[in-house]
Design a protein around this ligand. Structure first.
Ligand code: ARG
Length: 563
């Protein structure tokens, strides 16, 4: 959107200096500090002989301003250009109207495929805060890649294999109820899992039974597999309901159980590369030279491990999807595991070894529901929703206008959880605090949703219609200009986010935008204003609402129109 201005500046500077426009243009950027101008040119980057400060001064004197580029000043080795507010405003708002929900998107990833693996809970175990973080951060990363034109695949790699599922099956045979399993598979399987673990503490022979059961599973014994398969399918069915509530859909439900002969082939390759050591019947790989400890690859009884399954899965994923990039969204507690995995892939000299990325995140402390400490996602969402509903009810008058309070409460509850999670850099640990996240006035999800709903209400109530050709020269106030500048920066925010994969980049941005909008309410009224002024302001608000809504959607939220 600034391109036209950059081009215009570049062509004149090029004419004045003899430096080709292809060198001048990249030297121009948005000014970090807008005291002296909106765009800044870094003179040393022009590579002209002589003192850059003097050259900047000289160019400033000779540069001819016009109605679009209205001012130029030299500060040290920089040239600062002022852009006409009206011209800028017109082109920024036009870009938003033209692109709508795709404003700021790029085609940078065209023709490239990325797999984003996220959420990946373990069947029969709690879906804890770590999984929740993976789920929402991963969904954001997935959507962000789509916004940049990537062919993105969302993948859920379930923890659904290993001795503990042998233990679960043994538990189910003793304590399971078919009825309960169908009614609420996740709760019932967890219940059994806890009970059988406790029983196995007393009677260690249960562990032997579990190992034997899992061995049968690994050997493909159908009688052992069929029960496990039901656990898996019923659990996925339930997960899907909860993911739908979060607006998430997985392209692929994979899982540790789904890894095939990739494991054997990987073991073969590792053996051939002389990387495997035997010890006590088990197999190891020594990664101490890489400061990554020693890792077990195969147990005594020949069964595989978490790490081995990941190696096999990596190879099979490449064979199936031919990805250009793969991102594992997994808690920082598993840093070592993923480093080992990626190192092993490197050691195998696979040609795609540099396509693997681990996106990690810190711990959430103190996340629990009224019922207790073992947290299930559904309970979490339910509690947030109920709390939100209480807050909504406290404003009786407004509450009556909300057509679907139950649904809105659900969305607000989710927004509260998601925004507090994404407010800081991923790697930071944080303490979970209901009071902080549900506040309508702090920097929270409900606050952002409120800003959006308020803009929607303004649009509904306006006495003028949206006019794309409204006279934006009437937007003379600084608050209006500030909103325009913020809107103009959204494409840069998206471009930066695909590099950092930090949702906080987006959250911080929309908080700023929402603050700017809030402080404009009093000054930039639409109601009762003359038609041309009302139209100009409405246009600005509609564009602000579009960007805010787009950003909320990118974060995985549904922007609400009333609340
Ligand atoms: N299921 C694992 C857990 O809950 C996370 C899986 C992460 N992904 C992977 N490819 N290892 O800890």
């Amino acid at each position: 959107m600034f391109d036209q201005f950059k081009e215009q500046i570049a062509s004149q500077v090029s004419a004045l200096s003899g430096v080709p426009t292809t060198t001048v243009e990249p030297a121009i950027d948005l000014a970090k500090n807008t005291t002296y101008g909106d765009l800044a040119l870094v003179v040393p980057q022009l590579r002209i002989r002589g003192n850059p400060v003097q050259i900047a001064k000289d160019l400033a004197e000779r540069f001819k301003v016009d109605s679009a580029i209205t001012g130029v000043v030299a500060t040290g080795p920089y040239l600062n250009f002022r852009i006409s507010r009206t011209t800028l405003t017109r082109s920024v708002l036009r870009a938003v109207l033209d692109n709508g929900s795709k404003y700021g998107w790029t085609n940078d990833g065209r023709g490239k495929r990325v797999i984003v693996e996220f959420s990946s809970p373990n069947i029969a175990k709690p879906f804890h805060a770590g999984h929740l973080r993976s789920t929402i951060i991963g969904n954001f990363i997935y959507k962000l890649h789509k916004a940049h034109g990537w062919d993105a695949i969302s993948m859920n790699y379930l923890g659904d294999w290993g001795k503990q599922y042998g233990l679960l099956a043994v538990g189910f045979e003793r304590l399971g109820s078919e009825e309960k399993l169908v009614a609420d598979p996740i709760a019932h399987l967890f219940e059994i899992y806890v009970a059988i673990n406790a029983a196995a503490e007393e009677d260690t022979s249960i562990h032997d039974e579990a190992r034997a059961y899992f061995k049968r599973m690994e050997d493909g014994d159908e009688s052992a597999l069929s029960l496990w398969r039901r656990f898996r399918e019923l659990s996925i069915g339930k997960y899907k309901e909860t993911y739908a509530r979060l607006g998430i859909n997985f392209d692929v439900y994979s899982g540790e159980s789904q890894v095939g002969d990739g494991i054997a082939r990987a073991m073969q390759l590792l053996e051939e590369a002389n990387l495997v050591e035997d010890g006590d019947g088990a197999k190891f790989i020594d990664l101490k030279a890489h400061k990554l400890e020693k890792a077990v690859l195969q147990k005594k009884d020949g069964t595989s491990l978490y790490l081995t399954r990941d190696i096999g899965a990596a190879i099979e994923r490449y064979e199936t999807y031919n990805f250009d990039k793969i991102i594992y969204v997994v808690a920082s507690q598993q840093d070592l595991h993923l480093k080992q995995l990626f190192k092993i892939i490197k050691l195998l000299d696979l040609p795609y070894a540099d396509r693997f990325h681990h996106i990690n995140y810190g711990l959430v402390k103190g996340m629990s529901t009224r019922k207790g400490t073992a947290v299930f996602l559904d309970d979490m969402l339910q509690e947030s929703k109920e709390k939100m509903h209480e807050v909504m009810r406290s404003n009786e008058q407004k509450y009556q206008d909300v057509v679907n309070p139950d649904q809105i409460a659900d969305i607000l509850g989710i927004s509260a959880i998601v925004i507090q999670d994404m407010a800081a850099r991923r790697i930071k640990d944080y303490d979970f605090d209901w009071g902080r996240i549900l506040n309508f006035e702090g920097d929270t999800g409900p606050y952002l949703q409120y800003a959006h709903a308020r803009l929607c209400s303004l649009e509904r109530k306006a006495h003028v219609k949206l006019n794309p050709d409204a006279d934006v020269s009437l937007l003379t106030e600084d608050v209006a200009h500030e909103i325009v500048i913020l809107i103009s920066r959204y494409p840069d925010v998206l471009a930066a986010a695909i590099k950092t994969l930090e949702p906080c980049n987006i959250v911080q941005y929309i908080l700023k935008l929402s603050h700017a909008i809030s402080s404009a309410w009093e000054t930039l009224k639409v109601r009762d204003e003359a038609e041309d002024l009302a139209e100009a302001r409405l246009l600005l608000y509609v564009c602000a609402r579009t960007v805010l809504g787009n950003a909320l959607t990118l974060l995985g939220l549904v922007p609400v129109e009333r609340m």
